[in-house]
Ligand binder design. Structure first.
Ligand code: GDP
Length: 523
């Protein structure tokens, strides 16, 4: 493997995956504190509040106390540049989450020590597995009553089919939680003085016994002996391939164990990975700039109707003022105001390297999934579109505004808020979403930004599939035979709409040469 240039080798681009309430926000705050990105814990939430008051449509977020938007936070620690991509915290499935995970090189999985693996963690993990993203596990809330560590490790192994390697071991739990024992080198971190590890002779050391209630000491020694014998040792290659997760124990709230976690991210988490494009794989060490748009955020500042496209740089150096080619249109684009985002601020980015995420303000030029290069015609894969599970027609209260609605829907679709399908038979546009919350977001934004009050009407369709065939004529025959159930997506690609899963199956059986797919890579 070619050596990565120094600025690339020190990038760590990651996301935190967890179930709501496991402690993602608290951990994020603590990680940012280590990076010196914020002075006081609590600012992540207060920042969110500020953003909310700035932007009307985020009223939904305020009402429901959830985070609908993805953002990026950049900070430096231990000679590394960390780009932390925030995945939306709500339970509703969102394509945003998938797209965000397409832009990271590793992930931290936060687990509530009392609850273990929960539904959303599992779902997010499965997305990570699709790309073999290495995962570091943080078992949180050890300061509360929690489950047996062996039990938790076992659950990770069994439910996620992921090997575990405990890196630390809790000393006491719940009320008697006093710190962690480092399984790799004999040292202890005490809950009350996380910063300075205390060297010990081993698990038998009296210094550890002094931290535990007398009646728990011998059971704890047995436990550690068992952990050292029976658990898998950490294996870097296996971790990097996504087969094994190192596990840390701690309490984000008490800012304990977070240092071990971030040190491990600096030491073990991978630098920017190679990214698959249609024609070839792009290596992070390549000199020419490439990148793709995985997120578009509108109206971060309502005074300027700006849209920020978040681009993950995959190779080369993105410099302020450079000209890049937008491959979808073939046109050049000047990157005049690329921005970095921090916990509190954004700042103009003079240069960014592979692994970095920069925001590019634009007025609708950039779409989700777009590739930017220094001239090469390649398109990055892996920013997928998922077949919507909910399909609705939009009912406009003021028929005079139909044209405005069409334009605004097109824009929302380009931002990835919803998918838009135009039926071949000329009937009204259909919007598709994967999670119901997206419908609320759309309605609120149409109202707030375009003054369009809308309601939704059911359609007779409930299933949507992209259709393709190696035999072009056969595809055309299928389209002709099903004209009232065919629509075009934003790119003009045909989809088949079925009323039930049963009728989809019926057509699949009748048309074996047609492929019906529920995932489409943005082209
Ligand atoms: P998120 O929904 O995953 O972002 O979770 P939050 O970070 O908002 O945490 C959810 C709740 O758990 C909050 O009340 C936190 O104060 C609490 N919490 C987070 N970490 C810990 C911890 O380590 N110990 C305890 N006792 N509570 C925690």
């Amino acid at each position: 493997m070619t050596k990565l240039p120094a600025p690339v080798a020190r990038r760590r681009t990651f996301a935190i995956i967890s179930h709501p309430d496991a402690g993602k926000t608290t951990l994020t705050e603590k990680l940012l504190l280590f990076g010196g990105a914020i002075q006081l814990a609590g600012e992540v939430k207060s920042k969110k509040n500020r953003m909310q008051t700035r932007s009307d449509w985020m009223g939904i977020e305020r009402e429901r106390g959830i985070s609908v938007v993805t953002s990026v936070m950049t900070f430096e620690y231990a000679d590394c540049v960390f780009n932390l991509l925030d995945t939306p915290g709500h339970e509703d499935f969102s394509e945003d989450t998938y797209r965000t995970l397409s832009a990271v090189d590793s992930a931290v999985m936060v687990i509530d020590a009392a609850k273990g693996i929960e539904a959303r963690t599992r779902k997010l993990f499965e997305v990570c597995r699709l790309r073999d993203i290495p995962i570091v596990t943080f078992v949180n809330k050890l300061d509360r009553e929690s489950r047996d560590p062996f039990d938790l490790l076992d659950e990770i192994e069994k439910t996620l089919a992921l090997d575990t390697a405990p890196m630390t071991w809790p000393i006491g739990r719940g009320r008697s939680f006093a710190g962690t024992y480092d399984l790799r080198r004999p040292q202890v971190r005490r809950l009350d003085s996380d910063a300075a590890p205390i060297p010990v002779s081993g698990p038998q050391d009296e210094a550890i016994a002094a931290l535990l209630p007398a009646e728990e000491v011998s059971a704890w020694r047995d436990e550690v002996a068992l952990a050292q014998e029976a658990c898998r040792p950490f294996d870097l290659a296996s971790f990097r391939e996504g087969h094994l997760t190192p596990v840390f124990f701690g309490s984000a709230l008490r800012n304990f164990g977070v240092r071990d976690l971030i040190d491990a991210m600096a030491e073990l988490a991978p630098p920017p990975r190679a990214q698959a494009a249609d024609a070839r794989t792009v290596e992070a060490h390549e000199e020419r700039m490439t990148g793709f748009v995985f997120k578009i955020q509108a109206n971060m500042d309502p005074n300027h109707r700006d849209r920020i496209a978040f681009i993950r740089v995959c190779s080369g150096r993105l410099t302020r003022g450079m000209k890049a080619k937008l491959v979808r249109t073939g046109k050049p684009m000047s990157l005049n105001t690329p921005q970095f985002f921090f916990a509190r601020d954004r700042a103009l980015a003079d240069e960014a390297f592979a692994g970095d995420v920069v925001g590019l303000p634009n007025h609708g030029t950039l779409r989700i999934g777009d590739t930017l290069t220094e001239g090469e015609d390649i398109v990055f894969r892996g920013v997928p579109s998922f077949a919507p599970e909910i399909l609705r027609r939009i009912k406009l209260q003021d028929a005079m505004k139909a044209k405005k609605l069409r334009e605004s829907l097109q824009q929302m679709a380009e931002e990835g808020v919803v998918q838009l399908f135009l039926p071949h038979d000329g009937s009204g546009a259909i919007v598709g979403v994967v999670g119901a919350l997206q419908l609320d977001v759309l309605a609120e934004r149409l109202q707030a930004e375009y003054g369009l009050p809308v309601a939704y009407e059911p359609t007779r369709f409930s299933v949507c599939r992209w259709i393709a065939s190696d035999d072009r004529l056969e595809r055309d025959r299928f389209v002709d035979a099903n004209l009232s159930a065919i629509a075009a997506d934003l790119d003009g690609d045909p989809v088949f709409l079925a009323s039930t899963a049963f009728s989809l199956k019926y057509e699949q059986d009748r048309w074996p040469a047609i492929r019906f797919t529920d995932v489409k890579d943005y082209q």
